[in-house]
Design a binder for this molecule. Structure first.
Ligand code: GDP
Length: 439
């Protein structure tokens, strides 16, 4: 008998207690789980009310059970789904009952999606889109993630890969006819034309998608300025008012405080670099170094100071800097005082125009464009490598048909990696590990 994959189960819904909890089971033993708990197998894809009963401990809950036989399920395997009452003890009792069934074990993060991927339900870019959709905080992020999940990049990449394979077929036919120089050249010329057109197409896509990685991560706005200027006060005010989201980011040090704002659907990450101070403690120095690096990589710097402070020359190359003069409730900005904004972080005076300007900045930054394809550094790297291989195929055509074929092979392989067709286990592991348990 071939070795069966383990059957996995996990809570797919949010943190209990909740009105309803959804527990999914995927794998060859899913039907056994349903049979054991419901006493019979419900009809396929029909919501069935059942008293779930553990053979050991008796009734677990009155719940809805669903049966999705393979391959018409989210993972492509047999899937059972239980919609039960969302109490901790209810979920624990179901888990205890599932654990007793031979061949079942709790799922690891991303394991359901990984199985869907391995069963061809989605390619790697679509799986990434799914993860982005679950983590989308703002409406623009949601829309971008949904497009990704629906294969906007995946389908395009498949199409590009197919076109390169066709060009490759011409080149290889040319190699077969290499004794007859005319035929070979006749096959090679159209192949190279196609390759060149495709290279330009992918390049254009890369250029048009420059902002989409930022849409995933949020526009980075650093708040800098002298101590006591009111940076934290402004941050708190904005966080209270605008932020549906105040979530810590991985890699955040204690020297950088981040607030995630949803400004009219655009994600904006405000970074307070209050920790930027001279220090002899090596741990803190590292924190300061990171804080400074974050501020320097920001898309916009808000330089906060008091109404009559001198403003130092811009410390950040490239990123625009807005001077925000604070504490206008105490003193007016003196005539000639440089500044883009005059506010009182404490009373809120002048904060609305600042927020309005931030929304406008985000609108301009992201543009109105919807068709964004490249949302991750991984996509950008692999598409850039594809463009390079296609470029070399054209440049080195004079060196022989085999060289062209080899470069095209690299391009095909690289697009295959984008789609997750040819990647090594550890890369897949690292991508799926970022997912939630139960997804
Ligand atoms: P930071 O060091 O730049 O983060 O500054 P804080 O936000 O901690 O503020 C320093 C001090 O200035 C605190 O005592 C705040 O209450 C006060 N402060 C901040 N903004 C204003 C303001 O608009 N008006 C007045 N009067 N005080 C403010």
């Amino acid at each position: 008998m071939p070795l069966q994959p383990p059957t996995i189960y996990a809570l797919a819904s949010g943190r209990p207690p909740s009105a309803i909890a959804i527990v999914r089971v995927s794998g060859p033993q899913a039907s056994a789980a349903l049979g054991t708990l419901c006493g019979r197998l419900p009809g396929p894809r029909v919501a069935t009310l059942a008293t779930l009963t553990s053979p050991d401990t008796g009734p677990v809950d009155q719940a809805v059970a669903l049966w999705f036989p393979a391959p018409h399920s989210a993972t492509g395997e047999d899937v059972a789904e239980f919609q039960l009452h969302g109490g901790r003890a209810v979920i624990a009792a179901l888990f205890a009952a599932l654990d007793k069934i031979e061949g079942l074990r709790p799922a690891e993060p991303g394991e359901f999606t990984r199985r869907a991927f391995e069963n061809g339900k989605l390619d790697l870019t679509e799986a990434e889109g799914l993860d982005d959709l679950i983590h989308a905080d703002t409406d623009r992020q949601r829309r971008q993630a949904l497009r990704q999940l629906q294969g906007l990049l995946g389908h395009r990449a498949q199409d590009w890969r197919r076109q390169i394979i066709e060009a490759m077929a011409l080149v290889e036919a040319g190699i077969d006819f290499s004794d007859e120089g005319d035929v070979s050249a006749e096959l090679m010329a159209p192949a190279l034309r196609r390759v060149d057109a495709l290279k330009n197409k992918i390049q254009e896509t890369l250029a048009a998608s420059a902002q989409s990685e930022r849409l995933r991560e949020g526009l980075q706005v650093a708040i800098a300025g002298p101590p006591n200027a009111g940076k934290s006060t402004l941050l708190n005010r904005l966080a209270r008012r605008e932020a549906a989201i105040v979530s810590p980011h991985a890699g955040t040090t204690r020297d950088v405080i981040e607030v995630h704002l949803d400004l009219d659907g655009y994600p904006v990450t405000l970074i307070d670099t209050a920790g930027l101070r001279e220090t002899s403690d090596p741990v803190e120095q590292e924190g300061v170094r990171r804080a400074r690096a974050r501020a320097e990589a920001a898309d916009l710097v808000l330089w906060m100071c008091e109404t009559d402070d001198d403003v130092p020359p811009s410390f950040s190359d490239g990123a625009p800097r807005w001077v925000v003069r604070n504490k206008i409730d105490l003193a007016a900005v003196p005539a000639g005082g440089e500044g883009t904004f005059a506010i009182s972080a404490a009373t809120g005076q002048g904060v609305d125009p600042l927020v309005g300007a931030l929304v406008e900045f985000a609108q301009t930054y992201f543009g109105g464009g919807e068709a964004v394809l490249v949302t991750r550094a991984r996509h950008r790297t692999l598409l850039t490598e594809t463009v390079e291989a296609l470029g070399r195929a054209g440049q080195r055509a004079g060196e022989g048909d085999e060289i062209v074929a080899e470069e095209l092979r690299i391009a095909i392989h690289t697009l295959g990696r984008l789609l997750g067709r040819v990647d090594v286990e550890e890369i897949l592991d690292s991508i799926f590990r970022e997912f939630c348990i139960g997804k």
